[in-house]
Design a protein around this ligand. Structure first.
Ligand code: ADP
Length: 522
């Protein structure tokens, strides 16, 4: 038959009995495992000495336990190897019939691990709350559980490209928004929405704050949630409570903890001031670029006038000849017809030249249209044709075959090419043989490149310096040409650089590769 000690050894927990003075009378396997002391070493020892129980007044605690029959709580004790443990202890006390304390039966288990986890959780929760409230960002927590419930079945229905599906089913997207409820927001969140109290926002759904135009950003957030990306950052527009549209930097954080709670954390920063500043800067740049173009046209006036004059003179000659033919006794109608055709062609030529000049001189908002870089280069060469001939410049045009069409602002990119070409002409002013090279190509990484080379005097300073505003080495130079070129190229997502050539200089412009629509992408 099993003894009491055998039975106690089957229990996982530590079970210890002590007499009224705290001397250990029994010590099961669980106690050996928990504290590291073998039974032989523990029996007969004072339990609180053996385990270095940390308590202000353990004697008082025991007396109280004898008076009340039991006690339970947490004690900090040391193991045989001196490690401190948090122990969850239950005491049951027994007394003599006359009330004299007899023994304490103690069961105990190690809760250090749980305590550590709880502490870590508390700290992490505290930190999260602190950040949630204190960051200079408007934060909202949104309950996404009902949205998740709408999205998960889609997978079972065979929807593989979630983004494409959502973009094609905007009503569905709106419905998910109407189910995404705001459950918390911080003080900055209140300020952002222009809300007086939290109640004005909490309980509403994000559909109230989402303009239709910002739906693609929301769709991206949904796709990120479903594909378990940790966060997304993007720019978009949201409504305030008063209905005003605000430009925001929008972030969604999908931490694992929040994911478990079915909550997503949305952070928004009001960037309308930055957007306005950007727009103002863009306007200044556009104005500057325009001013630079007009001044460049000024430099080319003689050349342009000459170019317009040529067809006009030809028209005058043809007109005079026609009159002569008509004045003859038997007017040669065929001859007059052919002269009239020539006059029409010359008039078209003159008006084409004027149209090109007007395009350059016009003040227009920048726009992006898919254009051929080669076509723009050819137009510029035509535009400068007279100037090039007047200065005896040999043009070496090497236009790459099969260049992709990329979005560009026609006038701006042409301004860059004209600027680089005019600079090259100026650098070659003292040369006998002038050679202007213009080459386009597709780089191995898909970007477009445009190179303008000359055999002039070469760079007179560090290549980088040339692009700074107001840097010039010319007596009557303004030093804005290359600076404007750089801002135009960078606004197109490209780069511009200068290099010494032998002889002369080389300017290299790159433009980003066209975005190729991926199959299945919306
Ligand atoms: P600007 O023509 O009014 O001087 P830019 O910004 O167009 O202003 O050019 C700045 C400077 O860059 C020029 O003064 C010149 O020193 C240098 N530079 C530009 N193009 C060339 C070139 N093709 N060869 C040598 N130097 C050049």
């Amino acid at each position: 038959m099993a003894t009491q000690t055998d039975i106690l050894d089957l229990v996982h927990e530590s079970v210890v009995t002590c007499d009224a003075a705290g001397t250990i009378m029994s010590w099961n396997k669980g106690s050996e495992l928990l504290y590291g002391w073998p039974r032989s070493a523990a029996l007969g020892r004072d339990i609180n000495q053996l385990l270095a129980t940390r308590h202000d007044n353990i004697g008082q605690l025991q007396r109280q336990a004898f008076a009340e029959g039991s006690w339970e709580g947490e004690l900090i004790r040391s193991t045989a190897v001196g490690e401190e443990r948090v122990i969850d202890v239950r005491w049951t006390t027994e007394v003599e019939p006359d009330g004299t304390p007899l023994r304490i039966i103690e069961t105990a288990r190690d809760v250090s691990q749980r305590k550590a986890t709880e502490d870590a959780l508390r700290i992490s929760e505290y930190r999260y709350r602190n950040m949630f409230q204190a960051m200079a960002v408007a934060f909202w927590e949104v309950d996404f559980t009902r949205v998740g419930a709408m999205l998960i079945p889609l997978r079972d229905q065979g929807v593989t490209d979630l983004r494409a599906y959502l973009m094609a089913n905007r009503d569905f997207v709106r419905t998910t928004m109407q189910r995404a409820e705001v459950i918390d927001l911080n003080v900055n969140g209140l300020a952002f929405f222009g809300a007086e109290t939290r109640d004005a926002i909490i309980g509403r759904t994000i559909a109230d704050f989402w303009p239709e135009a910002s739906e693609p950003v929301y769709v991206d957030a949904l796709v990120a949630t479903m594909s378990r990306q940790p966060h997304i950052v993007t720019e978009t527009k949201l409504y305030r409570l008063d209905g005003a549209l605000v430009d925001v930097l929008f972030t969604v954080s999908l931490s694992q903890d929040n994911r478990k709670r079915g909550v997503i954390l949305i952070g928004v920063v009001d960037i309308s001031a930055r957007k306005q500043a950007e727009a103002a800067l863009q306007k200044v740049q556009t104005d500057f670029a325009h001013a630079a173009r007009v001044s460049m046209l000024g430099e080319l006036t003689a050349s342009i006038a000459h170019e317009v004059n040529q067809p006009l003179a030809a028209i005058a000659t043809s007109a005079a000849a026609s009159l002569r033919w008509l004045a003859a006794d038997s007017p040669d109608i065929e001859e007059v017809r052919s002269l009239a055709q020539r006059m029409a062609a010359d008039a078209r030529r003159a008006s084409d030249i004027i149209a090109r000049v007007r395009d350059m001189a016009e003040r227009r908002e920048p726009e992006r249209l898919p254009l051929s870089l080669n076509a723009l280069v050819e137009e510029v060469v035509l535009f400068l044709d007279h100037e090039l001939k007047a200065q005896n410049v040999v043009v070496d045009l090497q236009l790459g075959a099969d260049l992709p069409i990329v979005p560009m602002d026609r006038t701006q990119i042409q301004q860059v090419i004209v600027n680089l070409a005019v600079n090259a002409l100026q650098a070659m002013a003292g040369c006998d043989q002038r050679r202007l090279g213009i080459a386009t190509a597709t780089l191995p990484d898909g970007r477009l490149s445009l190179e303008v080379t000359d055999n002039g005097h070469g760079l007179l300073d560090q290549p980088n310096k040339l692009f700074e505003g107001f840097f010039t080495t010319k007596a009557s130079g303004l030093g804005m040409g290359l600076s404007i070129c750089r801002s135009i190229v960078e606004a197109h997502g490209g780069t511009i650089a200068a290099a010494q050539a032998d002889p002369g200089a080389r300017f290299i412009v790159t433009l980003p590769a066209p975005i190729i629509a991926m199959p299945g992408a919306a």
